[in-house]
Design a protein around this ligand. Structure first.
Ligand SMILES: Cc1cc2nc3c(=O)[nH]c(=O)nc-3n(C[C@H](O)[C@H](O)[C@H](O)COP(=O)(O)OP(=O)(O)OC[C@H]3O[C@@H](n4cnc5c(N)ncnc54)[C@H](O)[C@@H]3O)c2cc1C
Length: 371
């Protein structure tokens, strides 16, 4: 006897949206996750009153009103606007590159002056017709000052190799903004759930049966036998026992520290753009929710090689890995009772609004096909 219509592997955003929508459609679902908490990578741990983004800073942003209304139906969002600061050798700059950044770099006060200065900086590299690597590409697009102070060190730390060994296509253009606007995103809607992301996931999984601390592969036969269909949101290569080899990722290492002061850096996100400082940024979590606590918690973020002992964060979608993924995808397409979804199964970087959108579309297609 099959007890469930769907066994959902992974209580991240994809699994939670899928579970919620299918329950709403009258299906029976069981969600399992190998971690001891729900939410996947958007999970926050409340430490002494502060919601700590345990798997990296998450800022919700979208221009899709339907998705915005959807998440707001589970939890109200605050008005947090991401306006990161870059610290280069103790000098502070606003990001994304905008008039505040240009004023700090060169003292220019009008868009016209800023554009002229950038053209002057770029001119030095106009002889480079076909940039061979990221360094050349960045110099051609923005000139020396922006590259050396705001791009080089940060990018080299992110990728773990010199900019001359990073492919040029990584930077297609530099997003210059000729207004005094420090809002990092261009989207219509932006914010953080009031009370943290767990509220969103708890809302989605309200009334859904969830079993934590269960690794699908350790109980595959049993788990598969109790449901008509499996929805798998883990790593696609792991599902097929790495038979063609391992897909590569870039990983991160987080160092959390609680400080007995009210405010460490006056902003949620400060990037460290010089090479000599080993972390890429410091997150001060309370600022995501305008916290007034007397203490604070900061997290230093270190880019890291991916190995079996750390989390797969960013897929390396170069030709080699993409080709490998396509081979796994072919196998996945042949699995009639398993549905693959989410960032690890699709081997794709999704923002939160993207993954919610894909999960909603997937459910819609299945429900429509039944009718
Ligand atoms: C550092 C970082 C920062 C980010 N910042 C932002 C941001 O600011 N804004 C934004 O919109 N997006 C951001 N994102 C993207 C966001 O994290 C993803 O869109 C979202 O988490 C994807 O959800 P998911 O369900 O696909 O995957 P996940 O959240 O990874 O969920 C998958 C779940 O499956 C479970 N699982 C895997 N294998 C098994 C198994 N064998 N058995 C049982 N369970 C298993 C995992 O434990 C996990 O809980 C960021 C991503 C990263 C890496």
């Amino acid at each position: 006897m099959k007890k469930y219509d769907f066994l959902i592997v992974g209580a991240g955003l994809f699994g939670s949206v899928f579970a919620h929508e299918m329950s709403k459609a009258g299906k029976s679902v069981l969600v399992v996750d190998k971690r001891d908490h729900i939410g996947g990578n958007v999970f926050c741990e409340n430490i002494n009153g502060i919601n700590v983004h345990k798997y990296g800073a998450h800022i919700f942003h979208t221009s899709n009103k339907e998705i915005w209304d959807y998440v707001n139906s589970f939890v109200e969002f605050n008005r947090y606007t991401n306006s990161p600061i870059a610290n280069f050798k103790g000098e502070l700059f606003n990001l994304p590159f905008n008039m505040n950044t240009f004023y700090k770099l060169w003292g220019v006060k009008t868009p016209e002056e800023a554009k002229a200065k950038i053209e002057e900086q770029k001119k030095e590299y106009s002889h480079i017709k076909e940039p061979k690597n990221l360094e050349e590409q960045a110099l051609v697009l923005g000139g020396k000052d922006i590259y050396e102070k705001l791009i080089k060190g940060y990018t080299e730390k992110q990728w773990g190799r010199p900019a001359t060994q990073i492919p040029a296509f990584i930077i297609r253009r530099l997003p210059f903004r000729f207004t005094f606007d420090n809002n990092y995103f261009n989207d219509t809607y932006q914010g953080i759930p009031k009370g943290g992301y767990n509220k969103l996931i708890e809302g989605l999984l309200d009334g859904v049966e969830v079993n934590l601390g269960i690794n699908f592969f350790e109980e595959k036969e049993k788990l598969t036998s109790i449901a008509h269909k499996v929805v798998y949101t883990g790593k696609i290569d792991e599902f097929f026992e790495y038979k063609y080899g391992k897909l590569e990722y870039r990983s991160l290492h987080f160092e959390h520290e609680e400080l007995d002061i009210q405010d460490f850096q006056g902003n949620a996100v400060v990037n460290y753009t010089e090479k000599e400082i080993p972390f890429t940024r410091i997150i001060e979590h309370k600022h995501f929710e305008f916290g007034k606590q007397s203490n604070t918690i900061i997290t230093r973020e270190y880019p890291h090689e991916f190995s079996k002992d750390n989390e797969p964060y960013y897929p390396l979608n170069d030709d080699k890995n993409q080709t490998l993924f396509e081979k796994y995808k072919e196998l996945a397409n042949k699995e009639s009772n398993v549905l693959f979804g989410g960032r690890l199964a699709d081997y794709k970087y999704y923002d939160m609004h993207n993954v919610i959108d894909v999960a909603l579309q997937t459910v819609k297609k299945l429900v429509d096909n039944e009718e």
